[in-house]
Design a protein around this ligand. Structure first.
Ligand code: FA5
Length: 327
């Protein structure tokens, strides 16, 4: 047996030295190391070895197997390296000029908003861009024929009128309520879609960051303070704010937040907000007698316009590097 092991080791050494391709490594493995392979066969013969020799022979056999296995690893490395340095590539040529890239202004705003709101104690959640109309409308207290649905006309998924491209991030409020227990402090960034006439402040595909705060003792003043604190952290103190009364079926009372940059004569509407309607809390499985909440939804493109001074929303998506390269 000792001799047999020695002979096989010689054979294995010769074989491994002659391997010149990855296929040959696999052939080698199949010949020696699989269940019926030559090395494995010797292991089955161990049961016939006299007891007093078992230790010594076992050691030789293990060394043989180890040698074969390590040879495979080394050969694999060798051929992978060769593939990487394919002779078709001239390694002496100069490298490509270093590319310098940066995040898109919308991505920068989303990251910044997440940073500010998480500092303020909010968690982050995401929903899905294809929503069912229950979460996008019904659960948010949009009655089936209410004109508020028309204001958020959207793209229905063909042949299935129950699925829509979400018109706002508010359906994620319901999903968060369904999946967690109050107190809830969550922001929900994401892309939304509307069948919208496009102009300098409107797109048919844009982004929002939703916010939801639910606890036993929450009030409108806190909602306003949260939104203004956020805006000041983003833009600095030098800003004017205006909360305008508004209507959303899912908040009561409701408002819109406008911001004006000093020196500018026009206000920019940046968010809708309000105290969460009791029906919405109930739809999310939360007892509206016990809990109260506020919610807001910022338009990220508008926030970015104010931050960058870009005065036409469409410029954000033309991907002209002369524009976006400035940020
Ligand atoms: C909503 O979408 C509500 N879901 C916001 C909300 C959330 C209210 C929670 C109450 C509680 P509205 O349609 O006003 O509301 O949109 C909110 C913000 O999204 C707007 O202030 C604006 O900044 C941005 N926005 C709306 N429509 C467009 C559009 N077509 N293009 C770009 N930004 C838009």
């Amino acid at each position: 047996m000792k001799e047999e092991i020695q002979l096989l080791l010689e054979e294995v050494k010769k074989k491994t030295a002659s391997i010149i391709s990855k296929d040959m490594i696999e052939d080698f493995r199949l010949e020696y190391l699989v269940k019926k392979g030559k090395i494995t066969n010797l292991f089955t013969k161990m049961r016939d070895v006299p007891k007093e020799l078992k230790k010594e022979i076992g050691k030789d056999l293990n060394e043989l197997r180890k040698f074969a296995e390590e040879s495979i690893l080394e050969l694999n490395d060798k051929f992978e390296l060769q593939e990487d340095t394919n002779p078709g590539i001239d390694l002496s040529l100069n490298g490509r000029k270093k590319r310098s890239g940066s995040s898109h202004p919308i991505s920068i705003t989303i990251s910044k908003m997440i940073e500010i709101f998480t500092e303020m104690g909010f968690e982050v959640a995401e929903g899905t861009e294809i929503e069912d109309s229950y979460h996008n409308f019904d659960s948010l207290n949009f009655p089936p024929d209410h004109p508020a649905r028309d204001m958020q006309d959207t793209f229905f998924i063909k042949d299935d009128r129950d699925l829509v491209l979400r018109t706002h991030t508010s359906p994620v409020q319901i999903r968060v309520m369904e999946n967690s227990k109050p107190p809830i402090r969550t922001i929900m960034p994401g892309r939304v879609y509307r069948n919208e006439a496009i102009d300098s402040t409107h797109l048919a595909e844009f982004h929002q960051v939703e916010g939801l705060y639910i606890d036993k003792d929450v009030n409108l003043a806190e909602l306003k303070a949260t939104m203004i604190t956020f805006a000041k952290k983003l833009y600095g103190d030098n800003l004017e704010f205006r909360f305008r009364p508004s209507f959303f079926p899912f908040t009561e009372p409701s408002a819109e937040l406008d911001i004006r940059k000093p020196g500018s004569d026009s206000w920019m509407e940046v968010a809708g907000c309000g105290m969460v309607h009791p029906k919405v809390l109930e739809a999310g499985g939360i007892n509206s007698e016990e809990y109260i909440g506020y919610a807001f939804g910022f338009g990220i493109e508008r926030i970015t316009m104010l931050k960058t001074g870009i005065d036409d929303i469409r410029l954000l998506y033309e991907n002209d590097v002369r524009v976006i390269g400035q940020f």
